[in-house]
Design a binder for this molecule. Structure first.
Ligand code: ASP
Length: 439
């Protein structure tokens, strides 16, 4: 059994968190490859090291004194070192970095959070430290070179059967450090899981996996035990985010499970994410509910529209011109709506409407603001007729007006648009209707 274990920023925020990580690693001998994010927030008002490093770079760029900030970053690491009585000479490295700071690239500087966290973690666990710049190969276009990364790992593994590696960065073909997008350590873990053919990729964070609904809306929602990558994508898009979306791609076709676990409550079951899950006829119909407020529907009406070729294209090209991305296009025979995020059109809505009127020769355009979209997601919906009927009836019987309906062609997601004011109540009703009965 081989497990890749990745710990997020809050799991390595201070020496107390480091001790929790050590307990987790030592409780299972298959946890031999550890990836860490940079030390994160210790409390809600604290700062993430990575944010401070970016800020430090901005100070350098704008010729503002960066030293106090730099010292603050250094102190976070020195505190961990001292509290855990570690030997690693990070003071020497910080002194060197301080003198060369104005010459460091943004990526190099931003990567130091993960680097120092991993150095200290390796020392604390008694594991070798392996630098991500000697492992993760990133092409100039930003894609990952799995072949070269696997070769690097092979070389490293001939001397080591375990290690700690910083997440979030790798190197380009010319040997420069390149960081990934924010939260990228999740991707580093996933790359390692793929290249080392891991049995499971454990992603340790500060929540016990995914919940069926937002706990701020539904009281004590159930935990999602298992979820497919596609379901997760639908839910994440609607706002439920624990894992970097791109972490799925390196391992998707190998169906390596990602197990989301809580460093602060390691005994909790967590959530397992898989590419495919065998159908469970007795399993829950729905996997999760998520949603977002503040959408605008531009409702377009025109007589005999269905015979008018190119009308949707002409309309969409107006949105394209204003660089507005489209969320949904529910349609009827002589009408269709374009649903977009309100903030994306707030400045230009009058211009957009008048340009559409001109492009498709209609005066019947209505703009409806304050729409919330709610996605009810579940891989088991496909095989259970009547799911959407049940959902609409539950909302209808509670007096909630459904403004629009959309369903993706893979039939794992039913999206309803309701008024913003009905958002929370609609989610509770859907939850109660589908989950309470299954208890
Ligand atoms: N430390 C980086 C960030 O804050 C990457 C990560 O945490 O995964 O985005």
């Amino acid at each position: 059994m081989l497990k890749i274990t990745k710990f997020g920023g809050s799991s390595v925020a201070d020496s107390t968190q480091f001790k929790k990580v050590k307990n987790i690693i030592e409780s299972d001998p298959s946890r031999r490859f550890v990836i860490v994010s940079a030390a994160g927030k210790r409390d809600p008002k604290d700062n993430k090291i990575t944010d401070l490093l970016y800020l430090c770079h901005a100070h350098v760029e704008y010729h503002v004194d960066y030293l106090p900030l730099f010292k603050m970053i250094e102190k976070r690491f020195l505190d961990i070192k001292e509290e855990l009585s570690l030997d690693t000479d990070i003071e020497g490295e910080f002194a060197e970095m301080e003198s060369s700071l104005p010459k460091l690239s943004l990526d190099e500087l931003a990567s130091r959070g993960e680097y120092f966290t991993a150095r200290l973690m390796a020392d604390f666990l008694g594991f070798p430290f392996v630098d991500a710049k000697d492992v993760i190969e990133i092409r100039y276009d930003g894609s990952f070179d799995y072949e070269k990364t696997s070769e690097n790992l092979k070389r490293i593994l001939s001397d080591n059967d375990r290690f700690v590696m910083p997440g979030f960065y790798g190197r380009t073909p010319d040997g420069r450090i390149k960081v990934m997008t924010r939260g990228g350590s999740d991707i580093s873990g996933s790359i390692l899981a793929r290249c080392l053919k891991a049995d499971v990729y454990e992603n340790w964070t500060d929540v016990s996996g995914f919940l069926v609904a937002d706990p701020r809306i539904v009281k004590n929602p159930k935990n999602i035990e298992k979820i497919t990558y596609s379901e997760l994508r639908e839910l994440s898009y609607m706002g439920a985010s624990v894992l970097h979306e791109d972490a799925i791609f390196p391992i998707r076709k190998f169906n390596i499970p990602i197990h989301i676990l809580n460093t602060n409550r390691p005994e909790d079951q967590g959530t397992i994410i898989l590419d495919s899950i065998e159908e469970d006829k007795n399993g829950p119909i729905i996997t999760g509910i998520a949603g977002k407020k503040d959408f605008t529907a531009v409702e377009i009406y025109k007589k005999h529209m269905s015979n008018d070729v190119g009308i949707v294209r002409k309309t969409l090209s107006v949105f394209e011109k204003y660089k507005v991305s489209i969320e949904h296009i529910p349609s009827g025979i002589d009408s269709f709506s374009i649903v977009v995020r309100s903030k994306d059109v707030s400045e230009n809505i009058y211009d957009i409407v008048s340009e559409i009127k001109e492009a498709i020769h209609t005066d019947h355009i209505h703009v409806a603001d304050g729409i919330a979209l709610i996605a009810t997601v579940g891989r088991n919906m496909m095989s259970r007729p009547g799911t959407s009927g049940r959902l609409f009836a539950a909302l209808g019987n509670s007096g909630i007006n459904i403004r629009m309906i959309a369903q993706g062609s893979d039939e794992i997601n039913i999206i309803v648009g309701v008024e913003n004011k009905d958002f929370e109540r609609a989610i509770s009703i859907i939850y109660d209707n589908f989950m309470k009965e299954e208890a």
